[in-house]
Design a protein around this ligand. Structure first.
Ligand code: ATP
Length: 269
């Protein structure tokens, strides 16, 4: 019987344009990777092996999942997604068999992207991870990643906040070919993300200056936190019976977020 892990998930209608705050260098690297994936025949003739695995690492809420979805959509792939912790089971053999069935289903629906968030739970260093069961599950993952010709048109994308925890064998080229560091956005990046989330919302007349201010006053915010600011500000406007979001709604949202956070840096890194 299929479990929910081995079913393709519907992809939201997003592209790389919907992921803000990526450095120019990273955008360029991602576009190059995409063109290799899209032009496989050409790449092979030029002696370039298409990447099998991509690692996205960085703090929570910085858009790693969003990026994986955008990549899958750009290459027209079906999207299988799950969390590393879904494979760490107490029952003997369950983790390894889940890995097998996930890859088997994805191969049936090629081109496919398999996305595993919190991959450190599944591919953590063997010693640190401990336990025979975890080791068997990781070994199965490595076997599947090495799946030879069967992995044609199958792209594995893993995400983690703890790259330092990952097993060296997992990170080997041929398994993970590219690693992208997805960082907290700087002021320019925050403005890009803010503009993405402002789209389609009714904002007050002097929105341009207000959004610029918001980007300046959100040092240390992740994309997810910026997105949450818009949700809170929209709710504040509704509560006041308005159909436009004003500066005071963002002030309210900022107060709520900052009061709930004590570890935010005071300046851009
Ligand atoms: P985690 O490490 O906690 O799994 P993540 O890095 O995968 O987090 P996402 O799940 O992609 O982060 O982000 C959550 C939401 O925050 C996104 O759906 C989006 O609305 C918003 N968001 C995060 N980063 C960005 C970004 N770079 N550009 C635009 N929106 C973003």
């Amino acid at each position: 019987m299929k479990n929910s892990l081995s079913q393709a998930r519907p992809l939201p209608d997003i592209t790389l344009e919907d992921v803000g705050g990526l450095s120019d260098e990273m955008k360029e690297d991602i576009l190059q990777t995409l063109s290799i994936l899209k032009e496989k025949d050409l790449s092979t003739r030029l002696g370039i092996e298409p990447p099998r695995g991509i690692l996205l690492y960085g703090p929570p809420g910085t858009g790693k999942t969003l990026l994986a979805q955008a990549i899958a959509r750009e290459i027209g792939a079906s999207f299988f997604s799950s969390s590393g912790s879904a494979f760490t089971e107490l029952f003997v053999g369950v983790g390894a068999s889940r890995v097998r069935s996930l890859f088997k289903e994805a191969r049936k629906q090629k081109p496919a992207v398999i996305f595993i968030d919190e991959v450190d739970a599944l591919a953590g260093r063997r010693k640190a991870q401990g336990g025979e069961e975890g080791e068997k599950t990781l070994t199965e993952l490595l076997v599947q990643l090495d799946g030879g010709h069967d992995n044609d048109s199958l792209l594995f994308i893993a995400a983690t906040n703890r790259r330092d925890m990952l097993d060296e064998a997992f990170l080997r080229p041929g398994r993970i070919d590219f690693s992208f560091h997805v960082t907290l956005p700087d002021a320019k990046g925050r403005k890009e993300i803010i503009d993405i989330h402002a789209k389609g919302r009714n904002l007050t007349d002097n929105a341009a200056a207000m959004l610029l201010d918001l980007a300046e006053s959100t040092v240390g915010f992740s994309g997810a936190e910026l997105s949450a600011l818009f949700e809170t500000a929209s709710r504040s406007a509704i509560r006041s019976g308005r159909d436009t979001i004003e500066k005071k709604d963002f002030d309210y949202a900022l107060d709520r977020t900052i009061l709930g956070t004590t570890t935010r840096p005071l300046a851009d890194p």
